[in-house]
Write a protein that binds this ligand. Structure first.
Ligand SMILES: Nc1nc2c(ncn2[C@@H]2O[C@H](COP(=O)(O)OP(=O)(O)OP(=O)(O)O)[C@@H](O)[C@H]2O)c(=O)[nH]1
Ligand SMILES: [Mg+2]
Length: 562
């Protein structure tokens, strides 16, 4: 059943206060109190990197990975080299335009912790992918371009994080270039996002004269020295820093640092976990500076796997039985094989290679024979995985976005949404002989979440729904490359699509019969009303008060109700 925006934002109807309180992690940090399974969950950090396009997410991701080793659990994981699966070169569009088109997933180990990192695309046309990704993480790193400050997409993504109570660590990037005054940047974050800031590091020097960072907690300094991976922390005096660097005025620097200490807020863990405060780090992803401080902070400050809501009960990360949900599908990562990977976030228990799980949407049992971890250029078979981990499950179309996997219990995780598209286009096929193939490939692309596909009940050609035109470019390129189909897109007489529902199924059916030529079905077979304009939509909804028109659909709730 489609949900309204309000229902989606608070899927189980908690008051917002309760909702927040319940999201504070319950895993105890005291190792003696934990089961081995809960201990495994507690050492995991699953986070997304978000920002406006071009702020440096992918660059930062690559640098974070330099610190991490390939995950090696119980010495059983064999890394399999598979260059074609690398996130940045599997799709030509990403290479050619230098933008990220899909979220990429990476798992790595660092300092006894396991990190699951999700690098999201910044461009708004791919926002659905980013929003879905945010359902799978426990925290986020917000990257800000030091020259630009808070940009439109940053604000939007921040709002989505806030709705989901995802704590945020801020990385102010590109400090090696001309940047805005750091006090001004903090002020902007506080004002535009209504979020307290606590600088954990402070930049010394600006732009070309950026020489390092001062650690506000310990008072030590990290200086940029060449491109080495780790720049040591040292207790070095302001005078000493200035001695070798004529552009630094020791008096001014001392005053600035004193001001930071007296005027800025201190880090406060509960405020951070509840989403009221963000710790701030300064650095340069390109120069690999400040990245290790950030990674340490994710390990030390960010929460372990949170409890997750289902349509029935709440699932705690430390529970013994495996539960997981699929938040992303990616097909044809390897052009030589029609492979299809479902990315699942584990919410509880332990995954063991070869185990049987139930797909609760269909009740089917499936074997997890070759679950995979992704690590930059490589994939590795995951012999075991725990709550918080993101694993790839190869399948032939059985798994869908929003699917829940369990060891037998019937429950469905809530909260992976679909959004009504902003743009509708008709497909136009060059070669009419390929109509059937096109239908099949569009279905697969829709299942992957590349675009939405609506099949009109009157049998006319499928409508493609997208948030933005770049999605159409991706669809066109992939249809050509992976299926050998050339398509173009025509304007459609319809501008808007809305899911329709009512208290009684009969009313929906009556409405659909009356509006036959403006009705289509989506991927799941749910009915959609196609409106020619906002006026048409307002007029129609005004005349049919029994029918609910919604622009957000919770995929999972929909599936469990069928
Ligand atoms: N000078 C400087 N350039 C940087 C830094 N970090 C990233 N860049 C450059 O900024 C550009 C964008 O970087 P990406 O990492 O692709 O940005 P992104 O946020 O992943 O972009 P999208 O995924 O398309 O939203 C690239 O040309 C990078 O080389 C930095 O710290 N300093
Ligand atoms: Mg990117």
């Amino acid at each position: 059943m489609p949900l309204s925006a309000g229902e989606y934002l608070d899927p189980v109807g908690h008051s917002s206060h309760m909702h927040r309180a319940m999201n504070v992690p319950v895993l105890t940090e005291d190792p003696a109190m934990r089961s081995p399974l809960a201990a495994e969950a507690a050492r995991r950090r699953t986070f997304a990197i978000i920002s406006h396009p071009d702020a440096g997410k992918t660059t930062l991701t690559e640098k974070l990975l330099l610190f991490g080793g390939a995950i090696n659990l119980a010495g059983q994981v064999k890394a399999k080299r598979d260059r074609r699966s690398t996130r940045s070169d599997w799709m030509a569009i990403e290479r050619e335009r230098g933008i990220s088109v899909v979220t990429s997933v990476m798992t790595f180990e660092y300092n006894k912790r396991i990190f699951n990192l999700l690098d999201t695309p910044g461009h708004e046309d791919f926002s659905e992918d980013t929003y879905r990704t945010l359902t799978a993480v426990d925290s986020a790193v917000m990257v800000i371009d030091a020259a630009k400050g808070i940009e439109a997409r940053t604000r939007k993504l921040f709002e989505v994080c806030r709705l989901r109570d995802i704590p945020i660590i801020t990385f102010i990037n590109k400090m090696d270039r001309e940047s805005r005054d750091p006090f001004e940047l903090l002020d902007e974050i506080e004002k535009t996002l209504a979020l307290d800031t606590a600088p954990m590091t402070w930049p010394i020097g600006r732009g070309r004269d950026f020489v390092g960072t001062y650690n506000t907690g310990s008072g030590s300094v990290r200086l940029m020295e060449g491109d080495s991976k780790v720049n040591e922390l040292s207790q070095i005096s302001v005078e000493k820093i200035a001695q070798a660097r004529s552009h630094i005025d020791p008096v001014a620097l001392r005053e600035e640092l004193a001001l930071v200490q007296s005027a800025c807020k201190k880090f406060h863990s509960p405020a951070f976990l509840e989403g009221h405060l963000t710790p701030i780090f300064f650095g340069s992803a390109l120069k690999n500076f400040g990245v290790s401080d950030l990674l340490d902070a994710i390990g030390d400050l960010a929460p372990p796997p949170r409890a997750q809501n289902t349509d029935g009960r709440r699932v705690e990360a430390g529970e013994p039985k495996l539960t997981a949900f699929v938040f992303k599908i990616q097909a044809n990562m390897d052009p030589n094989h029609r492979d299809r990977i479902a990315f699942a976030r584990l919410c509880s228990g332990k995954l063991e290679r070869g185990m049987k799980v139930k797909q609760t949407r269909t009740g089917k049992i499936m074997s997890l024979n070759s679950p995979q971890f992704f690590f930059a250029q490589e994939r590795a078979i995951a012999d075991e995985a725990y709550a918080g981990d993101v694993v790839g499950i190869p399948n032939h179309g059985t798994l869908r976005i929003g699917d829940t996997l369990t060891e037998g219990e019937t429950l469905t995780f809530v909260g992976v949404p679909s959004f009504a598209p902003e743009i509708l286009r008709r497909t136009k096929l060059g070669d009419a002989m390929k109509a059937k193939k096109l239908k099949q490939s569009l279905q697969e692309m829709a299942e992957e979440g590349v675009v939405q596909v609506f099949n009109p009940t009157d049998g006319s050609p499928a409508l493609i729904g997208v948030v933005g035109p770049l999605q159409l470019d991706v669809l066109k390129a992939r249809l050509a490359m992976e299926y050998g189909i050339e398509v173009s897109f025509d304007q459609s007489e319809f501008q808007l699509a809305r899911w329709i529902s009512a208290d009684e199924r009969r009313k929906v059916d009556e409405f659909a019969a009356e509006k036959f030529s403006s009705i289509a079905t989506d991927l799941d077979g749910d009915l959609v009303f196609l409106a020619r304009s906002q006026f048409d939509l307002d007029y129609t909804s005004g005349r049919t008060p029994n029918i609910k028109f919604t622009d957000i659909k919770d995929v999972k709730a929909n599936q469990s109700s069928k």
